[in-house]
Design a protein around this ligand. Sequence first.
Ligand code: ATP
Ligand code: MG
Ligand code: MG
Ligand code: MG
Length: 483
Amino acid sequence: MKSQDIRKAYLNFFESKGHLIVPSAPIVLKDDPTLMFNNSGMAQFKEYFLGNGTPKSPRIADTQKCLRVSGKHNDLEDVGFDTYHHTMFEMLGNWSFGDYFKKEALAWAWEFLTEVLKLDKDRLYVSVFEGNPAENVPFDQEAFDIWKQYVSEDRIILGNKKDNFWEMGDQGPCGPCSEIHIDLRTDAERNAVSGRDLVNADHPQVVEIWNNVFMEFNRKADGSLEKLPAQHVDTGMGFERLCMAMQNVTSNYDTDVFTPLIAKVEEITGLKYTSNEVKNISEEQNKTNIAIRVIVDHVRAVAFAIADGQLPSNTGAGYVIRRILRRAIRYGFTFLGTKEPFINKLVEVLANQMGEFFPEIKSQQQLVTNVIREEEASFLRTLEQGLQLLDKVVTETSGKEVSGEKVFELYDTFGFPKDLTALILKEKGYSFNETEFETELQKQKARSRAASEVTTDDWKVLIDGNVETFVGYDQTENNVKIT
Ligand code: ATP
Ligand code: MG
Ligand code: MG
Ligand code: MG
């Protein structure tokens, strides 16, 4: 089944269960001071769970563009090195706002996976919350009993608070989760070691595909729990992981979500990517593979962010996007030998592939291409020199810690984000002095503050005691209106 059809099947299924299908919210958030990017499907519905406002329908489903590169969910370091965490990914989700609850949610999840998609039941495991008496949270007996109708008890795993309990903060709505995991190993491997022992253990072929969150309680200031007056369901399923399961492959990058992008990189560089089924590859090929995975992952994040209005810049969300792109450029330069802008050429492939469902990537294709090409050209102008300087610094360093001042010079003069320098240093077995870097950064900030009174950040969060107050786009630090 093609990825396009898998997405449609999900939305059609939940439409047939009375859900209103809505478009994805933008990947970039401009009106939420607590979050830079959408990192889960529920973000756009947060206010409904808090009881502010009423949704268009008590049952909603969609696919949400998510980005997990900052804050609580930051998967950036894993991307390219593993085969199932991305920066940008789609999260398929269905919601009940005070409508259906555990019985329907779990029954439909099971029906969709095993009857509509016909995934092999013997490869699926489910988890339920084990309970945590110290924090007044009970074992989720209800979910456990529901699952027993569908799977044998040895496929039900009791999970801890980290994996199986969701809360918005120290207070407020919270509740247990029930996850579904899939075991994609060979029969021989499955016979040798039970998949049960590999759930939530970072095994690349035993992965979580779907999380069902049951917002059941309200945590009060004294830490006790009370039942919420209305109970909600919030589910999220990784689309690319589901495609991996459906397309009989063992890496998200071997699905048709990524293969057209990879083919384009191969065409441009003349190098070959090897699928996850090819074993015993050389160290060199492994590096090529990692670099290609990083690039085809990062171009999606950057392209969708730009299409949604977030241009690369030197501050805030824009700097996050610039850093992701520079990371990809440097992987190409060092491991694929790309000395000219080329990542921008992947946008056309992406637009052809995703444009039907996400029209913004098609309508903004030219802008996105141009912005990425300019960014590439500009960083490539200083990249080689910067890398040479870094090599020199490493050679001159006694010990394993490079001076923070040098890392700052790379940042300031050569446009090297500090996490990029850290990554390159790590490859060489070095780290750098963070404190020295910060000192230099503060000195530079003081210099530029003196030079200009007006800040140009996208927005400002003013710290008011412990409460973060969003003051809007049209005010500066000094509360002076500039519009
Ligand atoms: P994991 O444990 O694999 O990191 P998670 O528990 O952090 O996943 P959730 O927050 O429960 O993920 O999100 C719901 C679903 O989204 C997951 O079950 C998974 O299928 C998918 N998902 C989460 N993070 C990523 C990512 N970085 N890339 C691709 N899919 C992801
Ligand atoms: Mg995670
Ligand atoms: Mg998890
Ligand atoms: Mg999860």
